[in-house]
Design a protein around this ligand. Structure first.
Ligand SMILES: C[S@@+](CC[C@H](N)C(=O)[O-])C[C@H]1O[C@@H](n2cnc3c(N)ncnc32)[C@H](O)[C@@H]1O
Length: 376
């Protein structure tokens, strides 16, 4: 991650990601039924030698972060895979054992892995665990090593802010705004973000195509927009516009410099179904077994302004601190809470046009994009 501290708030205190990630937990929960169904359909147990139960079944969660969500996702996958191996055991001609499981938790090096591992005891897992630090935009595992890859609400993080967005001479300069979804942002800003997302998805898929065994499976859950919806007209755009306006107020009062404000942008991209599907098909190493919109967690988790502010704070605070300094965040989020109280727009159904997408992919078995990989 180029110079950006995008990690979630660590620890397990009241302002930690671990204690304020109900939104992300809902998505992991919604995906369970789909994971059960698709593992049953797509996992080539008894057919593909890569899934020999004598070897450990290796799973990785990319962008695992900190807290119980990580273990919930792991448990969902392991239960479905166990079930698949057990159902094959009933085939007496071709009896299968259930493999041992090795679960890898991947995130950036700044992730609070210690707190993540502190959650192990209460979960008493029946699998082995290892942490794997490093960016998922590159390789973090050996070739043809993983059987299953999972990534929930992490692919939307860009590896960098596109240069044009911070270039005063460019039509994509996002002066005074903190994201392409903020009201009034030029369309060139969104195009620059979209272009960076394309590069990042390609590098993510390149790395996973190498790491997964032929026939290996992958689940991606990412946040996006419904087709044709303007980013500025959904809850996320409205939220970022409000945060941006608080920073403006602080710039007017001299608490933050205007120059700092002009050079700050949030590294998130909200894709559409068509955009992500096109990128996966163009990449060529994966078949899409399912692409589905999940229910909106916002309806479940938006209860009051403090909950909303905390859930935003735990994912963005490190970015604001790094750019503007530690001293401003308390005031920034207090001001945001005040504005949210007086304009409770995100409670309004008309802004709930965001979409969460569930994608289930299968690594093709014959060729890789680079042609260097030997499939089965
Ligand atoms: C919103 S959290 C989601 C965490 C978890 N999957 C969940 O469902 O609760 C996104 C995580 O992705 C991680 N992340 C973002 N970019 C990454 C990258 N390039 N490589 C590895 N992890 C990354 C962040 O550090 C963060 O912990």
């Amino acid at each position: 991650m180029d110079n950006q501290k995008i990690h979630m708030n660590g620890g397990d205190g009241p302002k930690s990601y671990a204690k304020n990630s109900e939104f992300q937990k809902q998505l992991v929960g919604y995906s369970k039924k789909l994971i059960d169904e698709l593992i049953d359909q797509q996992l080539d147990v008894g057919i593909n030698p890569h899934f020999d139960p004598c070897n450990p079944f290796r799973i990785a969660d990319f962008g695992c972060s900190i807290g119980r969500n990580t273990y919930l996702a792991a448990q969902n996958i392991i239960e479905a895979v166990e079930q698949k191996y057990k159902s094959n055991e009933e085939d007496q001609e071709n009896p299968q054992l259930v493999p041992e499981f090795l679960m890898f938790f991947n995130d950036l090096v700044q992730n609070d892995f210690n707190t993540l591992f502190n959650y192990i005891d209460s979960n008493k897992p029946n699998y082995f665990i290892a942490g794997v630090p490093g960016s998922f935009h590159g390789r973090v595992f050996p070739k043809a090593f993983l059987h299953f890859a999972h990534s929930s609400t992490a692919l939307l993080y860009l590896s960098r802010i596109p240069e044009k967005v911070m270039d005063r001479k460019s039509a994509a300069w996002n002066k005074g705004r903190i994201h392409y979804s903020c009201s009034g942002a030029a369309k060139e800003v969104e195009a620059a973000y979209s272009n960076q997302f394309r590069k990042d998805v390609e590098s993510f898929l390149d790395a996973r195509a190498e790491e997964l065994v032929p026939g290996g499976l992958m689940v991606i859950i990412t946040l996006g927009l419904l087709e044709g919806v303007l980013a500025s007209e959904c809850a996320m755009g409205v939220t970022f516009s409000i945060i941006g306006s608080c920073l403006h107020d602080m710039a007017n009062m001299g608490t933050v410099s205007e120059e700092k404000l002009d050079s700050f942008n949030l590294p998130y991209y909200y894709t559409s179904q068509m955009e992500l599907e096109t990128l996966i098909k163009a990449h060529g190493c994966f078949d899409i077994a399912r692409f589905e919109k999940l229910p909106s967690p916002l309806r479940q988790v938006v209860h009051d302004v403090q909950t909303v502010i905390l859930s935003i704070r735990v994912v963005t605070e490190a970015l604001f601190e790094q750019h503007f300094g530690k001293d401003i965040t308390e005031e920034l989020f207090r001001r945001c809470a005040e504005k949210f109280e007086s304009h409770p727009v995100i409670y309004d159904d008309k802004y709930r046009t965001e979409a969460s997408y569930f994608v289930f992919l299968k690594r093709k078995t014959k060729t890789s994009k680079s042609g260097t990989y030997v499939g089965s």
